[in-house]
Design a protein around this ligand. Structure first.
Ligand code: GLC
Length: 572
């Protein structure tokens, strides 16, 4: 039976009504047309372009053959001119370099090869002057085995830091607690003779996993977060976020991988429910700082539904989880691209997707998607595929030049030594930045830690800046357009049908009259497209914003697209 409402319930209803109309008003406001340069989102990162820098390879300023923080400072004007909003610098902290900085031995310092904390402070000041933010790479799943915390932890079973890492007895020295496989191969356990127990590591044995369940460890890690925020960081790229916790029962693997196969994301080793609390707490720390700092997550997931959860049930965890379902694609195929873009845009409840193809862990896209003949055109196509999307886009240094991977055969011949203590297959995508066509591509006056990739005579900043049809020129124009055009900046995503499996078409819409059409032909042949799904009575377009090769704006919804052709056209 209905009861009359008491006065406090009436008040609550009033408040709810007022809130509802406020929400409606905001919705109406956001549907209004956006002016050039105006933004729909109040968060800078929702449409940011973040440029990843591998500091070892970007710019050396002291001639030791290893890039440094001062080198990044020196190149800030270049980055500003390119048009990036932020940079993410991969680890530059003291480290034995078993995994090039991803094995940290001191979280609150700069490795001497990269400079000093003073250099960092100067870099932040100079970057901020140019409107560029800096994200620090936070390696939070594991430390180096040379970190003082681990040294203490392994010193005795009753050391206060013993529980800062994951120790188990298993069945003695011959029988690890489980037979789980580590991502770098071998078991996830290493036997410690002194204390007669195994410690857990999802990566290399020199990268022991920390125990996030331990409150003192958690506090120490959160102190690291505050340290860098206090030093001007605008947020963090969070390394290896799926792996923070393991199933506490440590069950055996029901489907052990074949010998030599890398570990997969498994319910017992990744994506554990306990992760959420840690990420919420970290986010809360960030939210207490001004200027909207951000968490960019290395958040590999097996499905798009799992990726949606990484943002947090109340959107209070990672603002920018990287979409590896998209980033791991390697086939130049319109249908596959469409499936993954539609998933990111339509199945993440409107949260901000993060698109990328290249990184220090992924072979460069010029090489991955190139066919050996049309690589430059294909590079423009894949650039447009990411940079024309709604959401955040990550670029990897040199991607804007069409830098290629060093071929595996050549990489094998590169010796190890003091500057390159360990050979790593991923070094193929970590070669020095190509600034010009002179010695060492302008990266260093000394002998570089890794040779410059042979394509540098043609693919370098100076040469490409002089050429209006270079890959670099395409990127700069596209970045400018993305910032200035309201539909491309943060207009809604419109999934379209092209009527042709080799042609990908999608739209971006800032208002009913402000729509752009993006079309890509992923085949080596001219293709016919017949677009459907455009809102309203759209028949054709009269204004081409960018096209490669040059093309006229389509006058109707049926048109041809050149081999590997790509264009962005305005609706008006
Ligand atoms: C992340 C890094 C990768 C590193 C690994 C272990 O995946 O991107 O380079 O090897 O973590 O820290």
């Amino acid at each position: 039976m209905c009861q009359p409402l008491c006065s406090s319930e009436v008040d609550t209803m009033r408040v709810l009504l007022i809130m509802k109309s406020a929400v409606l008003a905001v919705a109406i406001m956001t549907c209004a047309a956006l002016l050039p340069g105006q933004s729909r989102s109040s968060h800078w990162y929702d449409h940011a372009v973040i440029y990843e820098i591998y500091p070892r390879s970007f710019q050396d300023t002291n001639g030791d053959g290893i890039g440094d923080l001062n080198g990044i400072t020196e190149r800030l004007d270049y980055l500003k001119q390119l048009g990036v909003d932020a940079i993410w610098i991969t680890p530059f902290f003291p480290s034995p370099n078993v995994d090039f900085g991803y094995d940290v031995s001191d979280y609150m310092n700069v490795a001497p090869e990269y400079g000093t904390l003073k250099d960092w402070d100067r870099l932040v000041t100079e970057a901020n002057k140019r409107g560029i933010r800096i994200l620090v790479d936070f390696v939070l799943n594991h430390t180096s085995d040379q970190h003082p915390w681990f040294k203490e932890s392994r010193s005795s079973r009753d050391n206060p830091k013993r529980d800062w890492y994951v120790w188990r007895s298993g069945g003695g020295p011959k029988q690890p607690p489980t037979h789980w496989t580590s991502i770098f191969g071998g078991y996830t356990w290493t036997w410690d003779n002194k204390t007669q127990q195994w410690y857990y590591h999802i990566f290399a044995p020199q990268q022991p996993d920390v125990n996030w369940a331990n409150p003192a460890l958690r506090k120490a890690m959160f102190d690291v977060v505050r340290f860098w925020l206090n030093h001007g960081a605008s947020g963090f790229r969070l390394d290896a976020t799926p792996y923070l916790f393991e199933d506490p029962a440590f069950p055996e693997d029901p489907n052990p991988p074949q010998a030599g196969a890398p570990a997969a994301l498994e319910p017992y080793n990744s994506g554990r429910p306990e992760n959420h609390e840690v990420l919420r707490q970290m986010r809360k720390i960030l939210d207490g700082y001004p200027h909207d700092p951000v968490l960019l997550g290395e958040s590999s997931t097996a499905t798009i539904a799992d990726l949606a959860k990484v943002y947090g049930a109340n959107r209070d965890e990672i603002q920018l989880p990287m979409d590896f379902l998209f980033g791991n694609l390697t086939a130049l195929n319109a249908g596959i691209f469409k499936k993954q873009v539609d998933a990111a845009e339509l199945q993440l409840s409107g949260q901000t997707p993060v698109f990328f193809f290249s990184s220090h862990d992924h072979p460069r896209q010029w090489t991955t998607f190139g066919n050996g003949k049309n690589n430059d055109q294909i590079a423009k196509l894949t650039a447009t595929l990411t940079l024309a999307q709604r959401g955040c886009v990550l670029l990897y240094y040199g991607e804007e030049l069409g830098m290629g991977n060093m071929p595996a055969g050549e990489l094998k011949l590169v010796p190890t030594g003091p500057k390159r203590p360990r050979a790593d297959d991923r070094d193929g995508e970590r070669t020095p930045m190509q600034w010009n066509d002179a010695l060492n591509a302008g990266f260093s006056t000394g002998s570089p830690w890794l040779p410059v990739e042979t394509g540098y005579k043609r693919y370098n900043v100076v040469t490409e800046q002089r050429n209006s049809s270079s890959i670099y020129s395409w990127y700069t124009q596209l970045l400018r357009l993305r910032h200035e055009n309201p539909a491309l900046r943060d207009g809604d995503y419109l999934p379209l049908e092209s009527g042709n499996p080799d042609v990908l078409a999608f739209g971006r819409q800032a208002s009913p009259t402000d729509v752009v059409l993006i079309v890509l032909n992923t085949s080596a042949k001219e293709q016919q497209a017949d677009i459907s799904g455009m809102p309203g009575q759209w028949q054709g377009s009269h204004r081409m914003l960018m096209a490669s090769p040059a093309a006229d704006a389509p006058r109707s919804q049926s048109f041809t697209v050149a081999p590997y052709g790509v264009f962005i056209a305005a609706l008006q």
